[in-house]
Design a protein around this ligand. Structure first.
Ligand code: PMP
Length: 397
């Protein structure tokens, strides 16, 4: 079906959503839209049930041992802020005689980088950045060698939002504690959830941040944070992730104190319930997508871009070990201008510029002009990929 434009910006947000997502949101607003957990009446209970369905789906998607350990958030940035703030400002760091130390990779999104940088400017932590190669891959040994007895947090993006390269999360998770016994492992899965399997238990992940609106096919304003037992032990007197956000939780609340149990201890205020109705439907739809078709588009784009004179590709040169994001430039053309020309002249939507990953851009030499990023999905037809490549050839020529 022709829509009058071609959408190839799924790494920013997935589109179109499966029709069941809008249907679930419409049904929620029409028949379930009470305030979840506030009041025991039918509509409030229906909303609470919807929220719990989303929580259960997110938890099982990443193999959490219990849905209670999946905190529902406004998005991946929110999840990452809750995680890092909760470590830096809480009992996991307080009262130490040495300065808490953080390790992050060069691949990280600004959601991680700006947050740790801000705490370092406040003098609360110091941090090291583990480099990555021009293919976007970190060296797990180098990453681990930066972790030490002062390290409270190690942050590794599961995949680069620019290059799509999938990082060796499992290897880092399995060896982290040998190097840094007290460190928690935070993984940013914004680009991978819904595309590749994730197992927080098998990979020793303590904190996993999720975006609802990308590969999970839900609406914007939804996300999740898995909080493992090392980050939030069941024992209330043990050092735990600290939560600066306080307020009503809807459940039995002990007077002026926040509840001590998950998920309520880390969730305050009314949820984006209609959003989570859509997210649950989005997660349900993931298995119905033609993932092989998406992979075929990635392979065709990597190869096709490589055949156009003047095009420079970045990152991995194959369709393996990557999410559907391909970064490139045309000669000296600024990436933003390229994206604008594709939009205006060809009605093709991609993103061009510096994609909130400044260290990665420095690494691949695109710190100033950025890069164009094309990101297909299973909803794209082969003909759309051909039209995109023809448009690039026309601009490059
Ligand atoms: N991390 C990565 C790797 C991302 O790609 C993004 C979104 N571009 C985020 C974090 C932040 O996600 P959101 O904007 O949905 O909060």
């Amino acid at each position: 079906m022709s829509r009058g434009f071609i959408y190839l910006d799924n790494a920013a947000t997935s589109w179109p959503k499966p029709p069941s997502v809008a249907a679930a949101m419409t049904d929620f607003l029409a028949t379930k839209a009470g305030n979840p957990g506030r009041g025991g009446h039918y509509l409030a209970n229906a909303a609470a049930e919807t929220i719990e369905q989303a929580r259960t789906r997110l938890a099982s998607l990443v193999h959490a041992d219990t849905p209670q350990r999946m905190i529902l958030t406004h998005g991946c940035t929110d999840s990452i802020n809750i995680a890092i703030q909760g470590i830096v400002r809480g009992g996991l760091c307080r009262g130490r005689s040495d300065k808490p130390h953080v390790v992050a990779s060069a691949v990280e999104h600004n959601a991680v980088l700006r947050t740790i940088h801000a705490y370092s400017c406040e003098g609360l932590i110091d941090f090291d950045i583990a480099r990555c190669g021009s293919d976007g891959l970190i060296d797990p040994d180098e990453f681990l060698s930066l972790c030490n007895s002062r390290t409270v947090l190690a942050c590794l993006s599961h995949a680069s939002n620019v290059l799509g390269t999938i990082e060796p999360v499992e290897q880092v998770g399995s060896q982290l504690r040998e190097h840094a016994p007290g460190a928690l492992f935070l993984v940013d899965a914004a680009q991978t959830a819904g595309h590749v399997p994730i197992d927080v238990q098998a990979w020793s992940i303590d904190l996993l941040a999720l975006a609802g609106h990308k590969g999970l096919l839900g609406p914007t304003g939804t996300g999740g944070l898995y909080v493992g037992p090392r980050a939030f032990p069941d024992e209330p007197t043990a050092p735990r992730l600290h939560c600066e956000r306080r307020g009503g939780t809807g459940k039995i609340a002990p007077g002026l104190f926040m509840p001590e149990d998950l998920p309520d201890a880390l969730e305050a205020g009314t949820m984006n319930a209609v959003g989570f109705a859509g997210l649950a439907a989005g997660i349900d739809a993931i298995p119905t997508l033609d993932h092989e078709k998406e992979k075929r588009h990635v392979a065709r784009l990597v190869e096709g871009l490589g055949q156009i004179p003047g095009v420079v590709r970045y990152g991995l040169m194959t369709a393996e070990n990557r999410t559907p994001s391909i970064a490139f430039n045309i000669a000296d053309l600024p990436a933003r201008e390229l994206a604008a020309r594709l939009d205006e002249e060809f009605r093709i939507c991609i993103r061009g510029g510096v994609h909130c990953a400044p260290v990665l851009h420095e690494t691949i030499g695109t710190g100033q002009r950025g890069a164009a990023r094309v990101s297909p999905s299973a909803f794209n037809e082969d003909a759309e990929i051909d039209q995109f490549l023809e448009a690039i050839a026309a601009i490059a020529g």
